[in-house]
Design a protein around this ligand. Structure first.
Ligand code: BES
Ligand code: MN
Ligand code: ZN
Length: 502
């Protein structure tokens, strides 16, 4: 779908979307439209009891003046119409008109920046994963190809939209990765796809199994023992801050205290020998959503040339049961040096993150670290599909994340995290090794998982986002068709935008 901005002139044909504020008068193009319809817009509003309340809509078919359709959409109080609400409006308009071929939004009375966010919402909502459909009939396919937004300043709207389009591309990349089935997207293939970021200026390094063995990634690697697919780690560096290059012009660029984003990339999670029940196991193809989000986020930051030093690190493994798989009770040595007693092979995400988190700190001395993971079913029990769980050792970083969540609608809810040695943490002490990968039974399972991760964080400001309830949506929402959501891409882009750009 093509998003375009044009100057404010009333079209003489086609389909018009008219955003209306609650209690607002007909102004600008809406007033001109009403006039062209001989007062028909006002009459229709009256007849439909349309007041402009948020979420209200009314459709006028063949209203005259050569138009095919006019869709009135309420935006609520004009003064509280935010970027997030503009995106929701764009998404709702896209969904309502998906079977049409073109639509034009009258946004001449909105700030040009808000008009750009209408475009973002429409684009995000129009996402579809069509790769494996071969028999869909033409008339079943969405047709909306042109989505035009009439702005008071098309130039300003276009300028505001350019970085948002880069974010949308990041979101689409993440959704594509997360939607791919596990027979197509396994660690090696995932790693290969990250190489597409090179053309955006991202430095991409792929560590294969041998490299990881040499480094001593015993915790990450044990998860993949049972799989026919080799494990990988990918490091993606974006040099966007002016101070990042230590030796200008040379190849030896160095990130200066970057923000580090770390993702769990379990391309399929059977549970391993601690095998999961059959029902719903197919969902575990999206157990790599954390890694998918980090990849899309790096594409977004680079795509919009964010003035920040950032590094994305993803651990890619497949968790399978087999004669070579890790057994419950096995002990492995992590990259940090700590030994881990693996009591449940289905608590594998934390094993992957343990090594990648520790490596990120050691190599990059990041200012802040944020990891994303579909880590626990328990977070879905606790928070449902409304918020991701936020666990952090740092109040300042937490506040920044919560604010970015509010702005984008990718909501976070802060959960408890105890210092080392305190009650939640003590459950992880093993009888024969330094730490065990489960503890405390079913109680507080998401917290236990976060506590485990914290054992591999050296006091750096860090946040863990448990996105198990958010990575995949069972139903459509405003800017997200059902399926892979790319939760976290817009959130973390906003975090960077609001706090870390020069
Ligand atoms: N990938 C799962 C968590 C998950 C469950 C994500 C449902 C999305 C939907 C994770 O690896 C896992 O299996 N966690 C276990 C931990 C337990 C063994 C301590 C869980 O949540 O049951
Ligand atoms: Mn698991
Ligand atoms: Zn998992």
């Amino acid at each position: 779908m093509q998003i375009a901005f044009a100057k404010a002139a009333l079209p003489k044909s086609g389909i018009l979307v008219v955003p209306m504020a609650e209690g607002g008068a007909l102004e600008g193009l809406a007033a001109a439209l009403d006039k062209a319809l001989g007062g028909g817009l006002g009459r229709a509003m009256e007849a439909a009891s349309f007041t402009g309340k948020k979420g209200q809509s009314a459709s006028l078919l063949a209203p005259g003046a050569g138009l095919k359709r006019v869709l009135l959409m309420g935006i609520g109080k004009a003064e509280s119409f935010t970027a997030k609400l503009a995106e929701e409006l764009g998404g709702a308009a896209q969904a309502a008109l998906a079977k049409e071929t073109e639509a034009t939004v009258l946004a001449d009375k909105l700030a040009p920046d808000l008009a750009a966010h209408i475009g973002l919402g429409a684009r995000l909502r129009s996402y579809r994963f069509d790769k494996y459909r071969t028999t869909e009939k033409e008339d079943e396919k969405p047709k909306l190809a042109s989505f035009k937004i009439l702005s008071a300043s098309a130039v300003k709207s276009e300028a505001a939209y350019a970085p948002l389009a880069a974010v949308a591309e990041g979101v689409e990349l993440t959704r594509n990765l997360v939607t791919e089935p596990a027979n197509e997207l396994y660690p090696e293939e995932f790693a290969k796809r990250t190489e597409a970021l090179k053309k955006l200026g991202v430095k991409v390094e792929i560590f294969d199994k041998k490299d990881l063995e040499k480094l001593g990634f015993g915790s990450l690697l044990c998860v993949g023992w049972g799989s026919a697919r080799e494990s990988r780690m990918v490091v993606m560096q974006w040099f966007g801050a002016s101070g990042s290059s230590s030796s200008e012009g040379k190849k030896t660029k160095k990130l200066k205290n970057p923000i580090a984003f770390i993702g769990k990339g379990v391309t399929f999670d059977t549970g391993g020998i601690s095998i999961k029940p059959a029902a719903g196991m197919e969902d575990m193809k999206w157990d790599m959503a954390g890694a998918g989000t980090v990849t899309g986020l790096m594409a977004a930051l680079a795509g919009r040339k964010a003035k920040v030093d950032a590094v994305g690190l993803i651990g890619l493994v497949e968790n399978m049961p087999s004669g070579t798989a890790i057994r419950p009770g096995d002990v492995v040595k992590s990259y940090s040096g700590q030994t881990i007693e693996v009591l449940n092979t289905d608590a594998e995400g934390r094993l992957v993150l343990a090594d990648v988190l520790y490596y990120a700190q050691e190599r990059f001395a990041p200012k802040y670290m944020v990891n994303l993971a579909t880590l626990t079913g328990a977070i879905i029990v606790g928070l449902g599909h409304e918020y991701a769980g936020l666990f952090s050792n740092n109040d300042e970083l937490s506040e920044k994340l919560l604010a970015a969540g509010k702005a984008t609608g990718e909501g976070l809810w802060r959960m408890p995290l105890a210092p080392l040695g305190e009650s939640y943490d003590k459950n992880l002490n093993s009888d024969i090794a330094d730490v065990k990968n489960i503890g405390g039974g079913r109680a507080g399972g998401s917290i236990t998982a976060a506590q485990f991760l914290q054992r591999f964080v050296n006091g750096k400001p860090w946040a863990h986002l448990d996105i198990a309830g958010m990575a995949w949506a069972g139903k459509d929402t405003a800017v997200t068709p059902k399926g892979a959501t790319a939760f976290g891409v817009r959130l973390l882009d906003q975090l960077v935008r609001d706090n870390f750009e020069a």
